[in-house]
Each structure stands twice: as C-alpha cells, then as structure tokens.
Write a protein that binds this ligand. Structure first.
Ligand code: ZN
Length: 241
C-alpha cells in the first residue's frame, strides 16, 4: 500500500493544490493528513474542503484546535495567535464542525499518527532533537509514529538501544527498528527550503520518500497581505522558515 503523508497545510491553498496534483500524478490514492489544516494562511475554508475530499484520515493540529476554541491561545506566539483569531472569524460553520470532529491521534495499519508528540498529544510538544525523540520513543508502543508540527522533514530512528537521525530524502525502514517520521510542512516549510514538503510511504517496500514541490509563493503571500494577516507570515513563506 502506498500512502501520501501530508502535514501543516496552514491555509495555503496554492501549496496544497500543487501537492494534491503531484500525489495524483504519482497515483497515490491513500492520503493521511497530520493536522494543522488552518492557521497562518488566507484560505482556511478552501483548505478544509480540499483536505476533506483528498484524504482517508485527518487528525487535529494545534492551529486547528486554536481556531475553533479547543486550545488556549496563550500557548501561541503573537503572529500565530492573530492568525487563529482571524481564522476563527472566517471559518464557515460547516468547516468549524468538521474540524471539531477530527481525532487527536489515530492508528492506521499498526502505525501511530499524531500531530505533535505521542507522549501527550494535547500538550503540543515539539520533537526537534534526538534527546526529544529518545523520550518520545519511551511513550508509545508502535514501531512507526508519524508526526508533523515542526514543519521540518526529519526522521528519528531507534535501532535496538541506539538512536540516530535521518535527513535523507529517500530511505528504507528496517522492520525491527522504530521510527518517528516527520514529512515536513506543505504550507509553511521551515527547513530553509520554501518548496512544499510531504512524504510518500510505501508500506509494502518499507520505504519513505520526502518530496518537495515548488508552488506559487507570490500568490499565497499576496492573499496573506490582502487579508490583513501579519506581514511576517507572508515573508517567511519565501524563506522557508
Ligand atoms: Zn503547524
């Protein structure tokens, strides 16, 4: 089975449509979204509708929760907070209800799926370092856990009692090892590469591939400015930060 693993869309319709087209071109029919469909960008409603149509499974991210009153906004920095408030004003009732219906975690074919970190999914902690990963590995049982949240494509591996980080764009999974896999962000990448990032997971061949696709950053930026959202949210898209 081939899966498209996408995360952190952040209301960036331009990036999402390019990723969706690339998934179709590669004939990937099963798509899992790791959350943060909204927040930061200017097209929250359109992104909810495209994601609902495109995916088999979707989970809730912190920006989704923040935009529908399910998480305390004091957690967010100023830019993120004002984007959540803006999003909560423009979301349709239907999309608000849809976001409310999303689970915080789920399991698919034995793999765990969480937006932030498996230890306490509602605390929205980040897995940024090997040290973070060592702790997180001790908090779940599955061999593979997919996470988003940091917008950085990176994989942490537990090989017996050794830990290691993989930053390759294509690698094999060893069935006896354990993995925490982040596909990077579709709508606001933060690895200094502004292209939309996602992963293809070949479950039969035990293979992960990180895909990067260019999209129309200028249009996404213009919409952010026109919506009156903080300017930095537009600027950062071109920087991949
Ligand atoms: Zn995010």
């Amino acid at each position: 089975m081939l899966y498209g693993i996408i995360s952190d869309i952040h209301s960036n319709l331009e990036a999402l449509l390019v990723v969706s087209k690339e998934l179709k071109r590669r004939q990937i029919r099963h798509i899992i979204c790791l959350g943060d469909i909204v927040g930061y960008g200017a097209n929250p409603n359109e992104c909810c509708e495209v994601i609902d149509e495109l995916t088999d499974f979707v989970i809730l991210g912190n920006h989704d929760a923040g935009s529908i009153g399910l998480t305390d906004l004091s957690y967010f920095n100023e830019g993120a907070k004002s984007a959540c408030i803006w999003t909560s004003k423009v979301l349709t009732q239907k999309n608000r209800e849809w976001l409310k219906s999303l689970p915080i975690t789920l399991k698919n074919e034995g793999d765990l799926i969480v937006h932030s970190a498996p230890s306490n999914p509602k605390a929205w902690n980040y897995i940024l370092s090997e040290e973070d990963a060592v702790y997180e590995f001790s908090t779940f049982e599955e061999n593979i856990c997919f996470v988003g949240h940091s917008h950085v494509p990176i994989t942490f591996v537990k090989e017996d009692s050794q830990y290691r980080t993989i930053q390759d764009y294509r690698f094999k999974l060893v069935p006896s090892y354990r993995y925490i896999i982040n596909p990077g962000g579709v709508g606001q990448p933060r690895d200094d590469d502004p292209r939309a990032s996602f992963a293809i997971y070949d479950k039969d061949k035990n293979e992960i591939e990180i895909i990067k696709v260019p999209y129309d950053i200028k249009s996404a930026q213009q919409k952010i400015i026109a919506a009156g959202l903080p300017k930095w949210l537009a600027v950062r898209l071109a920087l991949g930060r």
